[in-house]
Design a protein around this ligand. Sequence first.
Ligand code: UDP
Length: 189
Amino acid sequence: SYLFKDKRPSWFERTLVILKPDGLQRALSGEVLSRFEQRGLQLVAAKLIRPSAAHLKQHYWELRDKPFFTNLVTFMSSGPIIAMVWQGTDAVAIGRAIIGATDPMDALPGTIRGDLCITVGRCEEGPKEYWELIGKRNKFSCLTNSRFRNVVHGSDSVESAKHEIDLWFKPAELVMWERCCHDWVFESP
Ligand code: UDP
């Protein structure tokens, strides 16, 4: 049975994944969900919501001193998102591998960010005319004003996953269910 009291099996690891506003607007929800599903992780919670800036500030609190913090919060609250919890052995690390590097220019093909997006507000040195053309005064204002449209968020450690899941979901919203393919995906002791 999946119901246990004392010891949690290794496949009980959970990670928080968010389909960001750009992902939903670009009709990538099915694509993104299916990548996690097909890899073998199990969906245990999901909801479509439009989070408040205050909620997102809590979510990204670790990044509060970064120059892009305000714009990240503005971007993330600019439209609905889908918050999800995926479960499985090494769910956090597997989730990060499915998602790929923060900057889509560094993300490998085969990852969500490497396949499905381009913009991360990456700022190269360039001629002044270029910055004027795209409406930015300079490299610094590009860095602080650009919106990072990298489709998904995934927890970066087991600790932050626990914290983030608590922030986005009530315990009762996490659904325990037996998946028929469980033993085909995860080795049982
Ligand atoms: N971000 C940004 N500018 C940066 C780095 C990150 O706007 O220079 C945004 C981007 O949307 C990223 C998020 O902040 O996904 C969180 O940053 P983090 O370094 O935690 O990357 P992630 O864990 O999302 O890969």
